[in-house]
Design a protein around this ligand. Structure first.
Ligand code: IPM
Ligand code: MN
Length: 371
């Protein structure tokens, strides 16, 4: 039996509740497919800060680097509002992304037919929606230096974040977007703010060059990120793949998530470059939503974004394409059966909690694997 090593980092808030549902699906895969998934669990975020004094320890980093893939829940919460900036829960996630060099963040926004009514937009605008946001994840204003608050000595301070992109960072994320577009509807929209930022100007220039030299068969459009945000809610189906920087990608993917009905529905994959020798990519899979402190501990959280993140892991880290399809189909069928968590609840449906939702998907997943 092949052994597949997963590091599970549930984190804070609803992170621990949704991570438990993923373990049910891994058990199904091990039972029905002899998949050999071995999970190790470690602390991250506020939970790690409380127990270990840092939002991610060196030991946990070593486990993450050695794993075939990391499954990440969510971090943060009001409990840690007063924690030093470099030890805040989010810093644990950022360290994982940076040190594992997970520069490519794939955030697919798919509107399941059963959820078209749950979106805040009209059904015809979102029905059949299938877009992919490719967010640059290890550069830009998240990591640029200097990043500090200076004391100007005259009663004033100056807060500085730095937006910075090197050529290679734009080239490699552009290639990821174009490669993925070729497997979809063959269109990329690049979003930046070249009208106010030189980094936007340069982003546009590099994406244009990579397109001309290597991907002329793919349709490319450029859009200012603010206009892109507007069109995402006006006519989201005009998009196929959107490629954008770290900060715009953060914002635009939250918008895209709501098109699908709930922030609780959007999965993501964060991938590194393929290893030169083995071809394997470092990878971390996580839902786009956060730790939802308002509902943490109530057992009401929607585990579907986390479960769909596992499906992405099966596809991108383990070449288990049939199993990934089966898991996504199990999610769709569960929704069609009218089984809903509170965030996507609709008239005539059955409201369930986190665990029952996980069971409902696991049962359908198992049926598909044994069919
Ligand atoms: C996300 C989150 C993170 C981000 C936070 C938790 C650091 O919002 O993955 O979208 O800003 O990237
Ligand atoms: Mn975000």
């Amino acid at each position: 039996m092949a052994s597949r090593k997963l590091l599970l980092l549930p984190g804070d808030g609803i992170g621990t509740e949704i991570a438990a549902e993923v373990e049910k699906l891994l058990a199904v895969l091990n039972e029905e497919r002899s998949a050999g998934f071995e999970t190790e669990t470690a602390l991250v975020g506020g939970a790690a800060y409380d127990a270990e004094g840092v939002p991610v320890s060196d030991a946990t980093m070593a486990l993450a680097q050695a794993a075939d893939a990391v499954l990440f829940g969510a971090v943060g919460g009001p409990k840690w509002d007063g924690v030093a900036y470099d030890k805040r829960p989010e810093a644990g996630l950022l360290r994982l992304r940076k040190e594992m060099e997970l520069f490519a963040n794939l955030r697919p926004a798919i509107c399941y037919p059963a959820l078209a009514e749950a979106s805040s937009l009209k059904r015809d605008l979102v029905e059949g929606l299938d877009i992919l946001i490719v967010r640059e994840l290890t550069g830009g204003v998240y990591f640029g230096e200097p990043k500090e608050i200076q004391d100007l000595g005259n009663g004033q301070k100056r807060a500085i974040d730095t937006q910075v992109y090197d050529t290679y960072e734009i080239e490699r994320i552009a290639r990821v977007a174009f490669d993925l577009a070729r497997t979809r509807r063959n269109k990329v929209t690049s979003m930046e703010k070249r009208n106010v930022m030189v980094s936007g100007l340069y982003w546009n220039e590099v994406v244009t060059r990579i397109h001309k030299d290597e991907y002329a068969d793919v349709a490319l459009e450029h859009e200012l990120a603010d206009a892109g945000g507007m069109k995402l809610v006006k006519s989201p189906k005009i998009y196929d793949v959107i490629v954008t920087d770290n900060l715009f990608g953060d914002m635009l993917s939250d918008i895209a998530a709501m098109l699908t009905g709930s922030l609780g529905m959007l999965p993501s994959a964060s991938l590194g470059a393929p290893d030169a020798a083995t071809g394997k990519r470092k990878a971390l899979y996580e839902p786009v939503h956060g730790s939802a402190p308002d509902i943490a501990g109530t057992g009401e959280a929607n585990p579907l974004a986390m479960i769909a993140s596992l499906a992405m892991g099966l596809r991108y880290s383990f070449e288990m394409l049939a199993e990934a399809d089966a898991l996504e189909a199990a999610i769709a069928e569960t929704l069609e059966a009218g089984i809903r968590t509170g965030d996507i609840m609709a008239e005539g449906c059955t409201k369930v909690g986190t665990s029952a939702m996980g069971d409902a998907v696991a049962e359908r997943f198992r049926a598909k694997l044994t069919a």
